[in-house]
Design a protein. Structure first.
Length: 156
């Protein structure tokens, strides 16, 4: 019987670890994850303006002269129901070095010009991207409801 005790203990430990792994979020709260922390207020305002003004599948591009980042955004779907609009879109962010990542975002709005945007997943690195030749674009007339933008919350 003594020879089975270590085997039984190992089985109990494996079962506990498996249960903890499946239910880790209920046992230990996961810290919030954000994407796009490098976005400036002006970039977030451009995203909101594009959601208000641009039809699906039309690319919107801009460069932030202060950070050197370039952005290309496209709305893939936009559905309106019961006075609310939901848009699925992506933003390709290209660093001055050419390294890029893709943000998969979801915007919800029940009032024109007011968007609640979250990330559908973590940012996806895409490697090196070709930088674009972009003409300066005017800043949209808009405001952000926070003094400091800390990124888009990843919905879990």
């Amino acid at each position: 019987m003594k020879q089975y005790v270590p085997l039984m203990a190992a089985c109990v430990l494996l079962l506990c670890l498996g249960a903890c792994k499946r239910n880790a979020a209920t046992i230990l709260p996961m810290p919030d994850e954000y994407v796009g922390e490098y976005l400036e207020t002006s970039d977030v305002l451009r995203i909101g303006a594009a959601l208000d003004r641009t039809a699906p599948r039309i690319p919107v591009k801009w460069e932030n002269p202060e950070t050197g980042y370039q952005f290309s955004m496209m709305v893939f779907s936009s559905d309106s129901a019961k006075g609310a609009t939901t848009s699925r879109f992506s933003v390709l962010a290209i660093e001055p070095s050419g390294q890029a990542e893709l943000l998969a975002l979801l915007g919800r709005s029940s009032k024109k010009g007011v968007w609640h945007i979250v990330a559908e997943s973590s940012a996806s690195p895409v490697g090196k991207a070709q930088r674009m030749r972009l003409d300066p674009t005017p800043m949209p007339e808009a405001t952000l409801n926070t003094d400091h933008f800390s990124g888009f919350l990843v919905e879990r």
